[in-house]
Design a protein around this ligand. Sequence first.
Ligand SMILES: Cc1cc2nc3c(=O)[nH]c(=O)nc-3n(C[C@H](O)[C@H](O)[C@H](O)COP(=O)(O)OP(=O)(O)OC[C@H]3O[C@@H](n4cnc5c(N)ncnc54)[C@H](O)[C@@H]3O)c2cc1C
Length: 407
Amino acid sequence: MTAKRFNACEVAVIGAGPYGMSVAAHLRRAGVSTRVFGVPMAFWRNHMPKGMRLRSPWRATDLSDPDGTLSLDAFAERHSVDRDKPLALENFVAYGEWFQGNALPDIDRRPVRLVEETGSGFQIELVDGDIFAVHRLVVATGLANQDYRPREFHDLPATLVSHAGEHTDFAPMQGKHVAVIGRGQSACESAALLAEAGADVELVSRGEVHWLGSAESHRMTASARLRQALAAPSAVGPFPLSWLVEVPDLVRHLPFELRQRFGTRCLRAAASGWLKPRFAKVKCDAGRTIVGARADADRIVLELDTGPRTFDHVVLGTGYRIDISRIGILSPQLLSKIARAGGSPLLRSEFESSVPRLHFVGSYAVASFGPLLRFVAGTAYAARAVTRATLDGGATHSVAEFSAPSR
Ligand SMILES: Cc1cc2nc3c(=O)[nH]c(=O)nc-3n(C[C@H](O)[C@H](O)[C@H](O)COP(=O)(O)OP(=O)(O)OC[C@H]3O[C@@H](n4cnc5c(N)ncnc54)[C@H](O)[C@@H]3O)c2cc1C
């Protein structure tokens, strides 16, 4: 057995996606000794399908570096990336890797296995047994293990049911009769890509698909043009709510129930208008309720409110639900100290949880700071806030700040 090595640094960031890398770039620039764990852009490379394009507008897709020199524009210019189309997945992954190579060349790619609280901070154990002692910790593990699978599908084998996040290539589905459940961007883009891969696809959803914008700008109605002109930079949520989304600190001060309603409204299932022309071969069965699902030999039967339907495979485009107990690396003792609403940590102004010097960024912060934190557009705000907290040395909150919201 190899001996464990013990190391120390001031701040550790777990996760090397857009949030982890942006936070670490700002901390390093501020002179803070920071170590980043994780494989850069791994979620985007391993959990999204070939052929996917980003829904977020170009201007809202920068990772944040303190000097502003590592923008998507700077990358695109150097690598001749076409700005006229929605950004392709492979270009965004390449952009993230370019950002990492420039801002964080010494990233530690080893996965973290366990995080425990110590008297002076945290102990991080890596999968190979190495141990790090850190004073402050930033959890930026993104949507890892947060996929949502409706109860009806829990006991069915992976050959019959998969989550959209399990696919990087739909080519193996050629010739199969596939149902996609859902009507958000991921469900609709999966359906379009499945059809293009030669599958016979049906989108089964509770309601009609809500298309955002138009496929072609010259065909826009006057009201669609007006909506586009008034849209906030990140284009998250409808006007005028989209402008409130841009100010996470204000969102954090909304009463809890109102904040949840605001988030739900702004993150309503919808798909980009540019996907619509690619739906010619996708059948849509809207207004359906799924009552149950069962295996029938090597096929799957969906029990719908209108009766049973048989498919070769079901792809769940049912999205993600945050539950920090499912990240799988926080010790039970540490988890028990983190004040939560549902599965999300309750965070104070600088993304700090009820455990001093333990921060959560990205989707984990949506319940506290609103929908911007679900998107790359929130990286600058989060990176500056965590850096501020680190430089201030803060852990000044009272327990009352984190009392669970009344229901
Ligand atoms: C299908 C789909 C399409 C999307 N499209 C857009 C879009 O167009 N625009 C947009 O802004 N957002 C989009 N999003 C949201 C997107 O996930 C977030 O914007 C972004 O990825 C959040 O970055 P992150 O750094 O928080 O997490 P992630 O990108 O998920 O990165 C998490 C990192 O943590 C690492 N990690 C996890 N566990 C461990 C561990 N134990 N040890 C070490 N490292 C670990 C992973 O390897 C990964 O590097 C989309 C999401 C999905 C699912």
